[in-house]
Design a protein around this ligand. Structure first.
Ligand code: ATP
Ligand code: ATP
Ligand code: MG
Ligand code: MG
Lengths: 256, 256
């Protein structure tokens, strides 16, 4: 039975997709069977692993509105052990279309039951909002991974995110746990980064992963080649940090 | 009659708030009467100009759901000539609450009529989504300003954003124009930045502002002091770029 993770933070541009893509790729390289679900209509996670989104017949949108099973949307990536449920711009219609539906928060969770025994870990990459697409991911997930960019604006949404997680826990998904907080785009040359890191540790305590992801331009270049950092530049500081983070996560897995 | 601008891009973290805050501040310094409307529940634009969001009685949410007029929510900032309609986390409820309302896209436009003669320019900072809050801003706006981060993922949403703008133009706001595309976080040390800039110019042609905003850590530090860059570090490359951009925009204004 796969463990389902969601990378979530309504603040934009904090590294949700970069984290989902690179954790998924390293875990596949370590021999795990991985499914990456792209629940952002922009489809960055899909293209981040080299999926061509222009010729897809079905995508996550079809699953959410009930036109297809998850199985029918799964495509293999170029990375052995890593499959993808891609998204297309059609997915942006789901938020408004779902509002009147009675089981609007449960669509993804129900769809996942048919594939959970085929994978070890499932990652859901969320859009930058607390909309129904993100709520669907939070209801379907066992654990959340929260990337926090080490810059001031990224601190402001933490309280709201925590409230939303608690709301979901009390109503739709009592088992939901925070797996960890990942500090991203840490620029050691500025005091601000350490100030933000301190605040995040004050708020989340030991839930903050020890591994910090530095700002590293190679991480921003890799997606233009449709490759996770592991294939684009495995020797870069960005790659080493995500590799270390993946090991830290796996340690937690065994320790759990 | 004020010209209404919206900073919009559903891609997260591309510099929407940084652009709205710093354009608004420079325009106020140049003697224009400016209103900055924060339509992102995270409230970054409010805190970016030093507004304390914890003790607000009313905010944009109250206007959107009909509990208050815009006038009642306007607060002065520390910057002379710059007033703010702040947001609070309550605003995140608006997207779902508005869906069943008949005039759900028009709430902000209707509210603006009562204040438009008091300002020269009005800026609406949008959240990273194409939700009803953003649609309200696009219906209320005369022109849109589209920040595009010079990184690969930021290119992927351009088509979808353009489609949404055309939809709004054909139905709810035929006068809506693109004022310009701002290339942000341009890192001259990487080929990627120029590749993205080229793509944006290919897509939007002469609509791309000549002024490019470089990646400059001082722009990320300023919000932690609640100050626009003009007050935090006016000599920085980030400040000079936003000053130049403001002048380029004003030229366009007179040339219009
Ligand atoms: N550690 C890093 N160093 C440098 N650049 C990074 C790093 N992590 C991510 N990036 C780049 O920063 C930008 C934002 O990251 P990403 O798109 O992963 O964030 P996101 O939270 O998924 O954004 P959104 O809110 O739009 O979904 C991207 O261009 C990405 O390539
Ligand atoms: N030119 C720049 N150089 C360096 N940092 C920048 C620059 N512009 C913005 N930033 C920083 O990058 C982060 C993202 O910018 P900002 O929050 O303005 O983007 P946004 O599009 O408003 O994000 P969201 O999608 O969450 O609303 C912030 O921490 C900001 O301080
Ligand atoms: Mg993303
Ligand atoms: Mg913003």
């Amino acid at each position: 039975m796969a463990t389902v993770f969601a990378t979530v933070n309504q603040k934009g541009g904090v590294g949700k997709t970069t984290t989902a893509v690179n954790l998924a790729a390293y875990l596949a390289a370590f021999g795990k069977r991985i499914l990456l679900i792209d629940s952002d209509p922009q489809g960055n996670a899909s293209s981040g692993v080299g999926i061509d989104r222009d010729h897809l017949e079905k995508c996550l949108y079809d699953v959410i509105i009930g036109n297809a099973t998850l199985d029918e949307t799964i495509v293999p990536s170029q990375i052995s052990g890593l499959d993808v449920v891609p998204s297309t711009p059609r997915l942006s219609g789901a938020d408004i279309e779902l509002v009147p539906e009675p089981d609007r928060e449960l669509r993804l969770k129900l769809a996942l039951t048919s594939v959970q025994d085929k994978y070890d870990l499932i990652f859901i990459d969320c859009p930058p909002s607390l909309s129904l697409l993100t709520i669907n991911a939070l209801v379907a997930a066992d654990e959340v991974i929260i990337p926090i960019q080490c810059e001031y604006y990224a601190l402001e949404g933490i309280g709201q995110l925590n409230n939303t997680l608690n709301l979901i826990k009390h109503s739709l998904n009592p088992e939901l746990k925070i797996r960890g907080i990942i500090l991203t785009m840490y620029n050691a040359r500025t005091v601000l980064a350490e100030q933000v890191a301190e605040e995040a540790r004050k708020f989340f305590g030991s839930k903050v992963f020890e591994t910090i992801i530095p700002r590293n331009i190679r991480l921003a270049e890799a997606p233009s080649f449709g490759q996770p950092i592991l294939f684009y530049d495995p020797g870069s500081t960005g790659a080493k940090a995500y590799e270390k983070l993946t090991k830290e996560m796996l340690d937690g897995e065994f320790a759990a």
